[in-house]
Design a binder for this molecule. Structure first.
Ligand code: SF4
Length: 353
């Protein structure tokens, strides 16, 4: 299927989720490794020294037995620390015939030549759309302080520049900056934007994605940390950011702007602005094979190794049904992250108007 047909197929699945419950998920949030060489003030993933993470053979089996994903986020840790990251992308590309979109964050701390080589190999797989989120939490000194690594800002700029060059050769690649708003950088977005603009004059507000720092037991392992920004201030800062972003007929921009409007609502109320689509449209798979509804919901459904890598056996299990019932009864955790929000938005198209 060509790229446009795959995009249309993904849009149809999202549309269908407005009118009926999906039989299987279309989006996979997969943490490929918890290894990370950063030392962020907002997250404790870097303290884990993971052992026994899924091997490439196990990931291949999972991809072969669950070949219906149309959108895959390969996250970490730092995904490029996996020497087999290209093989992982290839496993999903070869098995998931309708795969349209693959996204991946990076902390920009790996050797840039190695990242470029691996990216080129991934792009040659011809996944119709591949988006790298370059993490950026502040201007030079602020970013380095939050990330705990001297020189990280400059490395992030180099990675962004490298992807801009790749865009000239590969139509399917794009890069955005991922800004996590926390108590450490609240009120600093505009200055961060201007710092990037000095180096990349063509950058626009649409090249940034904002998330609010949130606590998660099963993913960031940061539930004990005091990281949240003042939500009142954060709401104002996101509202300001929204006024700077351009409107467009591009579905991705429409969805992103809707995400931000709801982020303001979340910051003002502290409550999820929409019904979760976890374990209906999406799931979170960690690097040991454990399945959760989302990165923010520490409610393990099972492990893919226990079911011979066939997710359907967990999908129809009692624990999964209980999660769906809790969501229906309004008992979902308060969260609004990009891992889950887009499925909620596209599953309720009226929210995009
Ligand atoms: S936020 Fe990302 S880069 Fe920072 S410690 Fe966590 S996984 Fe690593």
């Amino acid at each position: 299927m060509a790229g446009t047909a795959k995009m249309a197929s993904l849009a149809m699945t999202a549309l269908k989720s407005n009118f009926s419950s999906l039989k299987r998920p279309y989006k996979l949030n997969f943490c490929v490794t918890y290894w990370c060489q950063s030392a962020c003030l907002t997250c404790k993933i870097y303290e884990i020294r993971p052992k026994g993470e899924l091997t490439i053979e196990e990931i291949r089996k999972f991809a072969e037995r669950n070949s219906y994903f149309q959108w895959i986020e390969l996250t970490g840790g730092e995904p490029f620390l996996r020497s087999d990251i290209v093989e992982i992308a290839k496993a999903f590309k070869e098995s998931c015939k309708d795969l349209y979109l693959m996204t991946m964050p990076t902390n920009s701390l790996c050797n840039i030549s190695m990242v470029e080589k691996r990216l080129r190999e991934i792009l040659s797989l011809q996944i119709p759309r591949f988006v790298v989120t370059v993490s950026l939490d502040g201007w030079r000194e602020l970013h380095d302080k939050i990330r705990g690594v001297q020189g990280n800002f400059d490395k992030a700029m180099q990675v962004y520049g490298m992807i801009q060059k790749l865009k000239k050769e590969h139509m399917n690649v794009d890069a955005v900056f991922g800004y996590t708003m926390s108590k450490f950088n609240q009120g600093q977005f505009e200055q961060t934007y201007q710092a990037v603009k000095q180096l990349y004059p063509d950058v626009t507000y649409n090249d940034f994605h904002i998330n609010l720092a949130q606590a998660s037991e099963n993913y960031y392992k940061n539930e004990e940390m005091d990281i949240r920004p003042d939500y009142g201030m954060a709401a104002k800062e996101v509202e300001y950011f929204l006024t700077k972003r351009s409107r467009s007929a591009d579905p991705m921009i429409i969805i992103e702007n809707a995400f931000l409007k709801k982020l303001v609502e979340f910051a003002k109320t502290g409550k999820s602005p929409m019904r979760s689509r976890s374990l209906e449209a999406s799931l979170y798979l960690d690097s040991w094979g454990n399945v959760y509804p989302s990165i923010m919901w520490n409610r393990k459904i099972g492990n893919i190794k226990e079911v011979d890598y066939d997710l359907s056996k967990l999908w129809h299990s009692e624990p999964a049904k209980e999660v769906r019932k809790d969501i229906k009864d309004g008992k979902q955790p308060s969260e609004w992250t990009s891992c889950e929000a887009y499925q909620a938005l596209t599953g309720n198209m009226l929210s995009l108007l």
